[in-house]
Design a protein around this ligand. Structure first.
Ligand code: ATP
Ligand code: MG
Length: 399
């Protein structure tokens, strides 16, 4: 029995003339995700994207699992392909849908007949196939309002397709259709979720992670590479820059007021991220900040941090509770790695009483106490290490 996958797009369908370029980006991303499973042919017709396996024994279940993580897809149908021949449809449907119909107690049949030359109209397809399935699966009952299984027959241009309903896709916009942004990726729970959420709005990601050895360990860095890797099924490949802040942090500890330490560090991070964003062609920065979560995330501290960035800073978690963030982290599979107990450079030399209402002038004055601040930032940038984190799992160093 020949199977195919049909993809329906959601928000993209509202894009008017631009729709095709969004669809092409989504197809490119889907192709990349499926390529290691075998050969597929992709084509578009009648607002649907068709993915046809071109080899025997392709793992279609795994293909569907992977497509559930490709942004832009609103719904996925795994369907059986039949000739546009009523007898063939009637003989294939009970065999193809056997497992799900045996497990269900209610069903209904729907039909879409876009090829009007097909001799049976939609109500007739529903009535006849419904009767046939009731006969073959006598435990079933028809429920038109709230059925467990919706058997669908689509009579389209090239063939007829039979399936047991749509699986929801991840929605959103195809990664790459909105450009590229630089994610400040810590080892915590929040920033991977922030990256995931902005990738869902079509941004391709690069990432920067700050370390402070020997105060932070190699294992903390490996954990962040692992987190970036866990994000790739959704976000695609990620160039991860690892930047060493040890010298800057030690100089700040020795020369700047302790209570401003966090916000000073945050501004250094923003400035460095800006430089790398420029090189990587990123139009925005992304952080996992959530208003009032910690001292550096008060509205006053965020205002000081923002002043160090020229690009827009996207903070998709700004209005979310930790519980809501954790729910997403669990669903995308980053939570268990995020909670591994390794150090972060933010917790090195943390002030006992961080200022929760810093004023920008106060912060700029404190920065003035480090006359070689610019050189220290340049030095950190020039020693950045770059890791290419790829879908296949091989995290190779690209320098
Ligand atoms: P997370 O759970 O993502 O670590 P958090 O609640 O611990 O966030 P902070 O440590 O204040 O909050 O960090 C706020 C944001 O700053 C992070 O979400 C991240 O975007 C960025 N950030 C913090 N530490 C680092 C780091 N070591 N490298 C890169 N970005 C960082
Ligand atoms: Mg953190």
């Amino acid at each position: 029995m020949k199977e195919i996958i049909l993809l329906k797009d959601g928000e993209i369908a509202l894009k008017g003339l631009n729709r095709y370029s969004f669809e092409d980006t989504m197809i490119k991303n889907a192709k990349r995700r499926l390529s290691s499973l075998g050969r597929f042919r992709f084509y578009k017709a009648q607002s649907t994207i068709y993915i046809e396996p071109m080899e025997e024994n392709i793992d279609m279940e795994e293909a569907v699992e992977r497509l559930k993580k490709v942004f832009g897809i609103a719904a996925i149908c795994r369907a059986c392909v039949a000739e546009k021949d009523w007898e063939q449809i009637c003989s294939l449907a009970p065999v193809y849908l056997k497992d799900i119909l045996e497990d269900a107690s209610t069903f209904k049949v729907t039909a879409k007949r876009s090829d009007k030359k097909f001799p049976l109209n939609s109500p007739k397809i529903c009535a006849e196939l419904g009767a046939l399935l009731l006969e073959k699966f006598p435990h079933l009952q028809v429920d038109v309002k709230n059925p467990e299984v919706i058997v669908t027959v689509e009579i389209r241009d090239y063939a007829a397709y039979i399936h047991g309903g749509q699986i929801p896709g991840p929605g959103g916009m195809p990664v790459g259709s909105s450009g590229r942004a630089m994610l400040l990726l810590s080892g915590g729970i929040d920033s991977p979720v922030a990256g995931y959420m902005m990738a869902k709005r079509g941004l391709e990601l690069s990432a920067v992670h700050f370390v402070s050895p020997p105060y932070t360990s190699d294992r903390a860095k490996l954990k962040v590479i692992q987190l970036a890797h866990l994000m790739t099924p959704y976000c695609g490949n990620i160039n991860l820059y690892v930047v060493n802040l040890t010298r800057i942090q030690e100089r700040m500890r020795d020369g700047c007021p302790e209570d401003l330490f966090t916000v000073l560090l945050r501004r250094v991070m923003m400035e460095i991220a800006e430089h790398i964003a420029q090189e990587e062609g990123c139009s925005a920065l992304i952080t996992g900040e959530s208003l009032a979560q910690v001292a550096s995330q008060t509205v006053y501290a965020i205002a000081c941090t923002d002043a160090a960035a020229r690009r827009p800073v996207f903070r998709p978690l700004i209005g979310m509770d930790k519980e809501e963030i954790i729910r997403i982290a669990r669903s995308i599979g980053t939570f268990e790695t995020s909670i591994l107990p390794y150090e972060d450079c933010c917790t090195v030399f943390t002030p006992k009483h961080p200022k929760t209402k810093p004023a920008l002038q106060m912060v700029l004055d404190a920065e003035g106490l480090l006359p070689d601040r610019k050189e220290l930032i340049q030095e950190a940038l020039s020693s950045a290490e770059t890791v290419k984190v790829t879908l296949s799992g091989a995290a190779g160093y690209i320098e």
